[in-house]
Design a protein around this ligand. Structure first.
Ligand code: NAP
Length: 299
């Protein structure tokens, strides 16, 4: 068997196209421009790259992008004052604080300060609770992106066995909740799971989010499964000195011989994350204005 390679880059471009269409409609029909505010504390080089990419893509889809840079030694009070201002600003529909923040700031407290209806990262306890209760909220971007890829590949997932490796609040738990909503039978595996390979072999849908390079091998994968590789490990590039290479949690070459479809790393799940951030901002904007959120862009 040779699996289909799920092209996340191409799919993310499609999502951004849909977002741009909705933004244009909101402007034309309602005079509303969705706005995303990104707060960056300090000068972490990786965060600078992410924030620049978010700004570029936000502007490209026609949304307003507000960037707020604060010094690394900003006090919690000053950061919260900025978040309070953004919470109250009607032109801002989504707020994201780029993590990691410096050690003297508590990430959970920062997330909790953001109005849940503007928490486009979907990381707040309120949004996690809404998801777990099957109610309407904002869903964490990477799991939402994986759900979109799975819906596109599989369609109806009802009754399928799904295994998610990883139980983080950022990814594993919301991913499992989304699969449960799709009526999958869901298993969440983690570092204490006994005979992980055996558990994974049950999966029609296998989602790996661990951060251990190529841990999932061919004999962990059920014949014909759909495999979503979320993990990212950076290693020195074997052929290009001074450069690095990204590896996923799944041995891609092996998975290609057993699975029905596999996401590559890079170019699979990764590009979906910012696309879903933009989708969540449109969703938040529609809800703030009493309009229906675009169905293709929500969970
Ligand atoms: P995390 O908070 O470190 O969680 C990792 C999970 O993996 C934990 O639940 C841990 O179990 C489990 N685990 C660790 N070793 C294991 C093992 N040997 N066998 C089975 N499970 C094991 O990480 P995360 O934030 O969820 O991210 C996971 C990976 O996805 C990382 O590589 C991250 O870079 C990547 N990621 C990518 C994107 C993207 O945009 N593509 C977005 C988010 C995350 P315990 O709970 O028992 O410790």
């Amino acid at each position: 068997m040779t699996a289909t390679i799920i092209d996340g880059k191409e799919f993310a471009a499609r999502v951004r196209g849909q977002v741009a269409e909705h933004v244009a409609r909101l402007k034309a029909d309602h005079g509303i421009t969705p706005g995303l505010a990104v707060v960056l504390v300090g000068e972490d080089p990786a965060s600078e790259v992410y924030v620049a990419a978010k700004h570029k893509q936000t502007v490209e889809v026609g949304m307003a992008s507000f960037e707020h840079r604060l010094p690394a030694d900003v006090s919690e009070a000053d950061l919260f004052a900025l978040i309070d201002t953004l919470n109250a600003d009607a032109s801002v529909h989504g707020i994201l604080c780029q993590f990691p923040v410096p050690d003297h700031l508590d990430e959970r407290a920062v997330v909790a300060r953001i109005d849940p209806s503007k928490d486009v990262d979907g990381l707040s306890v309120v949004n996690a609770g809404l998801l777990a209760s099957g109610e309407v909220g904002l869903v964490s971007c990477t799991p939402l992106g994986c759900l979109m890829l799975l819906r596109d590949q599989i369609g109806n997932m009802s009754g399928m066995e799904a295994v998610v490796i990883g139980r983080s609040n950022l990814f594993g738990k919301p991913m499992a909740q989304l699969l449960l909503r799709e009526n999958c039978t869901v298993t969440i595996a983690h570092s204490r799971t006994k005979d992980l390979a055996e558990v994974c072999r049950r999966a029609d849908i296998l989602v790996a989010a661990v951060g251990r390079a190529e841990m999932v091998e061919a004999d962990w994968i059920k014949l014909g499964a759909t495999v979503i590789d979320v993990g990212i490990t950076r290693i020195p590039h074997p052929e290009k000195p001074g450069k690095s290479k990204l590896l996923g949690d799944v041995n891609f070459e092996q998975a290609m011989t057993v699975a029905k479809a596999v996401t590559p790393v890079p170019g699979g799940v990764g590009p979906m994350t910012i696309a879903c951030l933009l989708a969540n901002t449109v969703t938040a904007c529609c809800r703030a204005n009493g309009l229906d959120a675009p169905s293709g862009l929500t969970a």
